[in-house]
Design a binder for this molecule. Structure first.
Ligand code: DGJ
Length: 314
């Protein structure tokens, strides 16, 4: 029985196999947390624009009721061996998958960063499923807001509206835009944020009427200082607040990079920040860092813990 989180250590699934869900996100539905992420269980190769890359495998899904024990639900979207032009071809990049549920269409909608190894293709891929655990059917990719899109995430608000956050203009700006009610297209309403700040790895959440966004700088697989911003209107203008991480190794985000933040259901004001600790020499051996977030008004504080559990939320 696992009763705690051990950031940076190997996290096994309920079969005793290390979890493969990098750059991932969580969807909570009907009492179950689903963790979607990149399966990187393959050889790391030298190459790509940042020196280390690998063939795409696809998107994994794990399920848990307590956040400690994760059952492997398999590869819910797989890379394909042919044709070579396909967005999901193994030679491509499939990163940062996020899934939201659309109440109108009753579909689970998966968004992901689709790219070529040189990161020039820069699009958002979309896949749909009737069941949360897939299989997800790939619909194709879009250049959202007629622009390039690399690191990205999707945030579904309490009113059912969903927003796409994507690093654009070669990462110089973070575009934030509303999606159509079916979540399959951008609605055309969007803003360009953090101009010339070069932010990626967006992780968004809502707390007490405000939105928070954690991002990283752009240094490939290597860590850099995180930054967060706060706003009342999700489209901005966002107020940059600084690095939420404190203590030793905070300047390198505890050797991690943001990927997602989610509320713990049934706990008051309890949010978990998810980071990836990339191992660029062996990407499949990258580890997970989940840490509790503390708040002082709208100031966010994230401290390192070798081990912690949900009782730290009270
Ligand atoms: C940083 C991004 O956040 C990751 O998702 C990945 O694209 C790496 N860069 C590749 O270097």
């Amino acid at each position: 029985m696992k009763t705690s989180f051990t950031p940076g250590k190997i996290w096994n699934d309920t079969d005793g196999v290390p979890i493969q869900a990098h750059g991932g996100g969580i969807l909570y539905i009907n009492g179950i947390y689903y963790w979607f992420g990149e399966n990187k269980n393959g050889p790391t190769k030298q190459g790509g624009v940042v020196g280390f890359t690998m063939d795409a495998i696809g998107v994994s899904c794990y399920a848990s009721t307590d956040l400690y024990h994760w059952e492997n639900k398999g590869l819910v979207l797989s890379a394909v061996n042919e044709p070579i032009e396909h967005d999901l071809h193994t030679s491509k990049i499939i990163e940062r998958p996020k899934v939201v549920y659309n109440e109108l269409t009753k579909k689970f909608v998966m968004f992901m960063h689709i790219d070529t190894k040189d990161y020039q293709y820069a699009r958002v891929g979309i896949a749909l499923s009737d069941k949360v655990t897939g299989p997800y059917k790939y619909q194709g990719s879009i250049p959202p807001h007629d622009s390039d899109s690399r690191d990205m995430t999707v945030f579904k608000d309490e009113d059912g509206k969903a927003y796409l956050f994507h690093s654009s203009e070669w990462n110089a700006k973070m575009y934030i835009g509303e999606l159509e009610s079916d979540y399959l297209h951008t609605a055309g309403i969007y803003t360009k944020n953090f101009e010339k700040d070069y932010r990626e790895a967006p992780a968004v959440f809502r707390r007490q009427g405000k939105y928070y966004l954690i991002t990283s700088g752009c240094t490939g697989w290597d860590p850099n200082p995180a930054q967060y911003a706060v706003v009342e209107n999700i489209l901005g203008p966002w107020k940059v607040m600084g690095n939420p991480c404190v203590g030793s190794n905070a300047a390198g985000t505890f050797y991690g990079q943001s990927t997602f933040v989610f509320p713990v259901v049934g706990k008051l004001d309890a949010y978990i920040a998810m980071f990836d600790r990339w191992n660029k020499h062996n990407l499949g051996a990258s580890r997970y860092i989940w840490l509790p977030i503390c708040f002082l008004d709208d100031q966010m504080i994230i401290e390192w813990h070798d081990e912690w559990d949900l009782s730290s939320f009270g």
